[in-house]
Design a protein around this ligand. Sequence first.
Ligand code: PLP
Length: 427
Amino acid sequence: MTTTLDRNRNPELDLDIDFVRAQFPTFSEPSMRGQAFFENAGGSYPCNAVIRRLNEYYRRLKVQPYYAYRASTEAGEWMEATYARLAEYLGVASDEVHFGPSTSQNTYVLAQALRKVLKPGDEIIVTNQDHEANGGAWRRLAEGGITVNEWRVDGETGRLDPAQLDALLTERTRLVAFPHCSNVVGHINPVAELTAKARAVGAVTVVDGVAFAPHGLPNVAELGADVYLFSLYKVYGPHQGAMVVRRPLLDRLGNEGHVFNAPYPRKRLVPAGPDHAQIAAARGVAEYFDAVDAHHGGGDVAGRPKRVRELFRGAEVALLPRVLDFLTAHEHVRLLGPSNARERAPTVSFVPYLGEPERIAAKLAERGIMAAHGHFYALRLLEAMGVDGSRGVVRVSFVHYTSPGEIAQLLEALDGALSPGEGGRFE
Ligand SMILES: Cc1ncc(COP(=O)(O)O)c(C=O)c1O
């Protein structure tokens, strides 16, 4: 008989899954027994270090930060430490990191700021692969006389072809917005190649990294993006949107904050005001990464972000083929996006031919699988791929903390949920 422990043991994995899971209190909650979490693309569980910091901040430091009294000074120090530690993992300067209530809010504010530097006749490029958060705000710039061009996916594969971007770029292109990775088809775009193309015509790039960042925070300087957005609540942290805005672009943009805050770069793009406690707690994300690195042997500090990225990615790529192979071979399913694990994130969507996505997700839930269905705000992508957006897809998404045992449970559950019942009927 296979025990849970045996099923969790996997010689292909370099990542110590037991160590990793012990950093997430959720996994030892009695209510989670028998449940396998496959809705990570909707939001990951927070790590212990974040919960501990949030709790302590609320208990001890919940005051206006940056004044001279002890609690206030310490609260400010905690926030500064978060900016510095996340900047280290992102390969940028600490004053290039900004927080807002969500990525959707961050793109909304950015679009207001960019509206003022764009002129009628200027062109921007958006995609139909993006989540609406990195599309809607930019498309609305058309109201001010900006020409909005759409870079479209291949209807079969859901991929964006870099050669088609070349055809859209002109000397009037001012901005190109695209995703690092799609939250539905999971394909990872070659960001550095794309930002180089945009830069060659003098356009700035806004890269939505929300669906990529949970799989390893990238070095934004190496990617060459002017703006890189992600949501910390999907990266083991609190419910905040984070964005890197590189300094040359930030200096070109005006102030969206209170008028007297214009001299403070970090206040210009955060009109909502910062959520002190959540920003302070986000340091826990970096501390979690540090702990993973140290547990696996560590090394020089400069190499830490890359080592952590590789550990996470290695663990995911070892397990992902099992899910992709299962869905590719299944006669009642259309897998969306690449069937090759190396080309994609473990955010896996499929269209069931028998039964509604909502019903399949409910059947998965009966089997202990926490998964989701719908269009995931990527309605334009689904429509381009000939998928009925009102039905949507079933999405099962995992990250490095997902165990081989959970993958086995998923495959068993999918097998049951996708099989016709007695007499070949599907209900
Ligand atoms: C790819 C992608 N971009 C943007 C967003 C929006 O993020 P937020 O919920 O922080 O506004 C999401 C949310 O699911 C997403 O998956």
